[in-house]
Write a new protein. Sequence first.
Lengths: 577, 153
Amino acid sequence: MRQQYAVRSTIVVTGLALVVFAVIVQIIRIQTSEQAEVFLSQGDRYSGEFQMFYPERGEIYDRNGHLLAGNRTVYEVGVSLREMESPEAMASALSSNLNLTYDEIYKKLTESPETWEYVVIQDYVAVDTVEKLKRLVEQLDDADDPRLSGLAFKPHLQRSYPENALASNVLGFVTRDGRGYFGVEEKYNDLLAGNPVQVWVPRDPNKATEIPKVPNGTTLVLTINRDLQAKVESILDESLSEYGAQNGTIIVTNPRNGEILAMATTPRMDLNNYGNYFSLYDDGSQYNRSIGMTYEPGSVFKVLTMAAALDAGTVAPQTTFIDTGAIVVGGITIQNWNRDAWGQQDMTGCMQHSLNVCLAWISSQMGTQAFYGYMERFGIGHPTGVDLSGEAPGRLKRPGDGDWYPVDLGTNAFGQGVAVTPLQMLMAASSIANEGKMATPHVLYAMLRDGHQYNVPSQYAGSPISPDTARTLNEMLAVSLEQESSMALLPGYRLAGKTGTAQIPSDYGYDAFHTNVSFVGWGPVDDPQFMVYIWMEQPSTSIWASETAAPVFSRVAEQTVILLNIPPDVVRSQVTP
Amino acid sequence: MQGQATQIIHAYRQAPWRVQRQWVGVFLLVVVGVAMVAALYLDVTARTAVTGREIQELRVEITTIQRETADLETQLADLTSTTAMQRRALELGYRPVQPGELDYVTVPGFAPPEPAILLAAKDTSPQTATIPVEYSQSLLEWFEDRIKFGGTP
């Protein structure tokens, strides 16, 4: 009996041993077979996935820490096709909450390629909509109803502009592909966007990888003062309505360092609805007229001519000119704005009465080499280098150019036949307010990265005139405003400035009925802390800048001194050593 | 008498059941040893897996918190936007100040403040933290390291 058990035991053990042996042999065979490498590579392939970690786009603040551009949570709504139970119910639920029809959603759910496991129904869905859908899913889950199983919500960030259209021309916008267009968003796109990092992330929790360092995009602090920007935009809109102008621009800067404090243009766009771009603008140059559009500035240009002539020694403030009402330059007769003869005038009188004949005489006395040399030094015909995307260079015809004629020397002196952007004019004129030095206009105050703030130093764009010339002309322009009893004056503050009424060139010569009106001014004269440039296109209530742009300057200056806490001259004189 | 006792003891030691018991004991010792190593390995592996999962969850949490922070900052900016603040001020009975209504106080030596460093400058991005090798190393890898580097991994 015992022997029988022994035989049976031996047979069973031998059988099991053979099975084990066969298993081992099979294991070895599989491990060393030709297909083993294929299986191993397949295993490696599915052991993890490459994930792209996108940094959060840097924010944009104004100089006082108000957020101008941030990021908002939105959702990608999708469906896991393997988990989906009822495409009909899913399409019905989603169509009643998303801006898609039942058929569109049903088609996506049922006609996706078989290899697809997940299908995106809609991206950039607002939080409110997703909350509604989530509540619906919860209700069905509570009732053990699987009809919406597989519905997934993936949150991510989208660019958001809390101030909507405020400073839209300065900020620019970001499309859904994450690229910035216009303004700061385009100019500093690389800094704001940061650098995405791709990392292999294993699915095996035993192989926990280190979290990749994905620094957020650089946060920018602008020189813009949000409150001043809002006020200036408001004044611009009211002024365009009051004077019947088509479009306009107002820029406020600090002439000492080139900081742009406000830059308002029309039309402005709600940056959260950048799809309106094509309905608002015919081309990119209109997005920010301050830097993108050029025009013949008219008499505001006379400040540059006078500055050049004073600096070159061609004239002095006391130099007299007998105005006969006409002067011939290059064979063409040039007349004053009212075609009158103003008789004997000193240089302050020429500026005060804005005499074309006088300024054409001055440029003729200077000669082409000196006059255009100074215009070059003022940066006319060149981009200012402002850190905004889309700046136009303007155009200054020079002797030797095919389209330059000798009469241009005379007309250029009073701002006709030369094309500039408002910001170019502002930068050139800033030399008069800033002791002869021009500061490059800029909007970037500081960058914030890795917990540090890097302030951006101001850059000077040259010294086209001497400090003495600047001080002299500064005083002349202040006196001319006062003697003219200009509408640009502001009680309590001594200001300097110049109007500009310019004819508009067309294919058939100059438009006889419409003008562009401008004003460049600054204050307080003894310590210029702000500088304003105004351009309004084709006002209908009056063609003269003295009746349109000048009072707008006064309004802007009034709000600027309030918001920048600039006391009246009397108060400042008490504390100034 | 003494030789007889020695023979009995010798016979007792050589008893078949005693030899079997010794073998069983040795076998059980090996089994217990293997079980202990297996349990230790299982424990370490399980803890590594749990820690790895926690890291994954924390990573998701960090991303979520960063996103929520950015979202809340934007919501706050919405509530304090120029338009919203002007509306609230008007509702509370305020009106824009006129130049003649301002009084300036002379403060010798006062310098207007420059824009301050913003709170947003704080680095909220995850720092590169080196995960200790204990969190990702298996027991066998630990043994291998010990053999290779002699206790100084």
